[in-house]
Design a protein around this ligand. Structure first.
Ligand code: G3P
Length: 218
């Protein structure tokens, strides 16, 4: 399973990249706004900087229009920023049409805001490179986000769809483990959830004892 970081915060992206396990970055308009990025030029520059920090990863850049012609125009500009940009397109009617157009024209896409298996089928049929089910938001609304990952995995395997399942809206480390078990191809996570995987009290207790004993033969 690939690890993406789900943030537009450059310090966090650098920290995850330094860990050596990062395969890409996802952003969205809310994450960009959180970093105080304002204006088209600043947004485009921010994407370029992210691509420089993670030179070998896929970097999702989201369109903010909802009609076919403008999505295409916007997506072309984003895709031209860097070879690793993946154009992130919402799961709406014109979005599906646009994903198909991008696929036919050699531009890779990430279909976002996916909350059902039916939506995931449409994304795959349109040729999206990635489909992003938002598991945390499904959990938040009283449903089971992980069930959707299992369902999409099963459908994609039966049907031979090549679209990669990019589990998004991760809330805690156990989500990442469950995604790996469910066969997600990618998990996009906040830095805290990635670092949370490191933690185990027995590791801390064991290390303290080893370091203490090491003093005996130093
Ligand atoms: O990038 C999309 C997704 O990961 C959003 O997560 O935490 O806002 O539900 P969240």
């Amino acid at each position: 399973m690939k690890f993406f970081i789900d943030t537009a915060n450059l310090a966090q992206i650098k920290e995850a990249q330094d860990l050596g396990i990062l395969d890409g970055v996802t952003t969205n308009p809310s994450l960009m706004a959180k970093e105080g990025i304002k204006g088209k030029a600043a947004v485009e520059q921010h994407y370029k900087t992210i691509c420089e920090i993670v030179p070998n990863g896929d970097i999702s850049a989201e369109v903010v229009s909802t009609d076919f012609d403008t999505i295409i125009k916007e997506g072309k500009v984003l895709a031209a920023l860097h070879k690793n940009i993946i154009v992130k397109v919402p799961m709406i009617k014109d979005g599906v049409k646009a994903i198909k157009w991008f696929t036919d024209n050699g531009i890779a896409t990430n279909c976002t805001l996916v909350f059902s298996a039916g939506q995931a089928i449409l994304a795959a049929k349109a040729g999206a490179k990635y489909v992003s089910p938002f598991i945390g938001r499904i959990d938040d609304s009283g449903w089971d986000g992980m069930e959707l990952i299992h369902q999409i995995r099963q459908i994609y395997d039966i049907q031979g769809y090549k679209t990669e399942i990019l589990a998004a809206s991760i809330r805690y480390p156990n989500h990442i483990i469950k995604c790996a078990e469910a066969g997600a191809n990618v998990c996009t996570c906040p830095l805290d959830s990635i670092l949370g995987l490191l933690k185990h009290p027995l590791t801390d207790i064991g290390l303290a004892k080893f370091l203490e004993d090491a003093k005996k033969f130093a």
